[in-house]
Write a new protein. Sequence first.
Length: 163
Amino acid sequence: MSYRVCFVCTGNICRSPMAESVFRARVEEAGLEDRVEIDSAGTGGWHEGEAADPRTVSVLDEHGYRTEHVARQFQPSWFARLDLVVALDTGHLKALRRLAPTEEDANKVRLLRSYAQPSPDDLDVPDPYYGGADGFQECLEMVEEASTGLLAAVREQLEGRIA
């Protein structure tokens, strides 16, 4: 049985596809690609059907990550099939918890940077959309930093599950 993770930001063209790509690479490096399913979505549907922002793709390419992405909007019905919903900032966290059909579903929502070690004071990954290339680089660094702790947490959840 797979462990299912969905990364969520606002429009699903910058932060969440970046987190999806980085975490997918970490999962593959750990040899867990057959046990962990990873995707992403946005809290809104403004960019549904669009590819990731070219600046996101560029920064990922520069660091050896691959991405094939089509933006979509998160649906409350997805909670039933997901094990973990990873929000990129506190606004997303609140929006997702409001969408959750049950308290159990709301408890599946976590902030990405809460997995960084040590956990930073500010758990938001800033939105790079309206800025320059350095904002996308900073976003990538924050995502990479948190991905190690997230992978450890997912491994822990996988222990005891039937492969």
